[in-house]
Design a protein around this ligand. Structure first.
Ligand code: KIV
Ligand code: ZN
Length: 515
């Protein structure tokens, strides 16, 4: 039997640290349930000490996930570790992951601590965690840029204190595959008690080598856990992409000789769910989950694929879940069929009132669009969560635009702002521009628009358009998402969603300590 490669998903923690990717508790819960369906081994559900909201989200995930290990990140201090433990406590399988920076640069400039102080703090942190829980992971942040002798000492201590997993991050994405692989191999060879822990890789993608570095850590370094995120979501250029690592190890099993427990048929549905919720759209040429990943545009390739699939295909689209794009419901589907589909998709609405509201929205959509796909259902539930909460400051009531060749487009938008109805109008160089200007004229947010993008949720011109709007204000960046068959309406929803998110609490980044 081959050894197993542990897949540690950190979409909900490291991925969420990406500016604009922050999610609500309900959104995180939906993703966690889907990650469990994907059968990842570990779900890093968040950084519980960051805020009450984060604590509640981790605890809700710990209460809902039964198969995967639920983990929370904690800085190397008693308060963070206790908070992390309390949050994961309801989970049948749980882990606390504690970290402290170990590179000379981070210790001196960020922590303002001597190496001896850092060493001692790591010892006490792991000891404290092990008194609470058996499964403890320790990470030396910026490990790859740390002094080898110091790293060996601190990791040996962490293992002596009972750390069961040692994870060595390339925090800034500086590594090169061969060097990182040999770095991990040297650590494991030099640390006398290294065989008492599982070794893990955690690579960032600043030089586009996160997946290659992780795989080198596995192949050369002998590591047996990979930390990764769906779609490679993460700060800056992102993290190691889960789907790429899993498919590389599966497709090249002849080389890696390792097993992964992931249910690969859930890869594409998970990718879509994460993209839909966060508004971080997947680039078309992204390996495995990009829209073009299995499209054979050139005539020569098409001919080859028609004659024998393996002439140009090393993986099958349907194996990773591309066939999931199927009609599931239509205009005549009843409430029970709709409810059952929600259940199959792992979507739990809190009350019958919410189910009724979602069903009504489904009916409205089915009146305008004959075939309803899983992706449409996910989008309408997300939409309901983010646009119909009566606590929200901005809600869309109705809108209209006029555009005609040779004339300046004009839009009128009626919204509820802080419980009061208001109508606003504006011209613009297109209907979307006019609509967003009309909203901003009333909202007066002063936010800067960093990104506007439209994506078709499924295929064909009947598809709903999914719009992402990224706004920045006072150092905060948020993404708003909206879906509708009318892309101007989707744009208004996305803009209002982003405005609402600007009002929500800021969370602390565990590594920089800033919101
Ligand atoms: O990149 C990093 O160093 C991290 C650690 C906190 C594990 O995410
Ligand atoms: Zn990281």
């Amino acid at each position: 039997m081959a050894e197993k490669l542990i897949i540690f998903d950190t979409t909900l923690r490291d991925g969420e640290q990406s500016p604009g990717a922050s999610m609500t508790k309900e959104e995180k819960l939906r993703i966690a349930k889907q990650l469990e369906k994907l059968r990842v081994d570990v779900i890093e559900a968040g950084f519980a000490a960051s805020s009450n909201g984060d604590y509640e989200a981790v605890r809700a995930i710990a209460g809902a996930v039964k198969e995967s290990i639920v983990c929370s990140l904690a800085r190397a201090n008693d308060r963070d570790i206790q908070r992390a433990f309390d949050a994961v406590e309801p989970a049948p399988r749980k882990r606390v992951h504690t970290f402290i920076a170990t590179s000379a640069l981070h210790m001196e400039k960020k922590l303002r601590m001597t190496p001896e102080q850092v060493h001692e703090q790591a010892r006490l942190a792991v000891r404290y965690a092990r008194n609470l829980i058996d499964d403890v992971e320790f990470s030396p942040e910026d490990g790859y840029r740390s002094d080898m002798d110091f790293l060996c000492r601190i990791l040996e201590t962490a293992i002596k204190e009972g750390a069961t997993t040692i994870n060595v991050p390339d925090t800034v994405g500086y590594a090169v595959p061969e060097l990182y692989g040999h770095f991990m191999k040297t650590l494991r060879e030099r640390i006398p008690n290294s065989d008492k822990a599982v070794w893990s890789v955690h690579c960032h993608n600043d030089l586009g080598m996160a997946v290659a570095n992780s795989l080198a850590g596995v192949h050369i370094g002998g590591c047996r856990q990979v930390e990764c995120t769906i779609n490679g979501l993460g700060e800056r250029a992102g993290n190691t992409s889960l789907e790429e690592v899993v498919m590389a190890v599966r497709t090249r099993r002849d080389f890696f000789k390792l097993d992964v427990g992931v249910d690969i048929s859930q890869i594409v549905p998970t990718s879509r769910l994460v993209a839909g919720i966060t508004g971080f759209v997947v680039q078309p040429n992204k390996a495995v989950v990009g829209a073009n990943a299995f499209a054979h545009a050139s005539g020569i390739h098409q001919d080859g694929v028609l004659k024998a699939r393996d002439t140009y295909e090393i993986m099958k689209a349907e194996d990773v879940g591309w066939s999931a794009n199927k009609i599931v419901l239509g205009k005549l589907s009843g409430r029970n069929a709709f409810k059952q589909r929600l259940q199959e998709l792992g979507i739990e609405l809190e009350s019958e009132v919410e189910v009724n509201a979602a069903f009504q929205r489904f009916k409205d959509l089915a009146d305008r669009k004959s075939d309803i796909f899983d992706e449409d259902i996910h989008a309408l539930v997300s939409d309901q969560g983010v646009h119909h909460d009566s606590d929200e400051q901005y809600q869309l009531v109705s809108m209209a635009q006029h555009s005609e060749t040779g004339e300046m487009p004009h839009a009128s938008v009626t919204m509820i702002i802080d419980g009061k109805e208001a109508t606003s109008e504006s011209d613009g160089n297109g209907p979307v521009d006019a609509t967003l200007k009309a909203i901003e004229a009333k909202a007066n947010s002063g936010a800067e628009l960093l990104l506007y993008s439209v994506n078709a949720i499924t295929t064909g011109t009947e598809s709903q358009g999914e719009v992402t709007v990224r706004l920045a204000k006072a150092g905060r960046i948020v993404n708003g998402v909206g879906a509708d068959p009318d892309i101007v309406v989707a744009s208004a929803k996305a803009y209002l969603n982003a405005l609402n998110r600007l009002q929500s609490r800021a969370r602390v980044n565990p590594q920089t300590g800033t919101p």
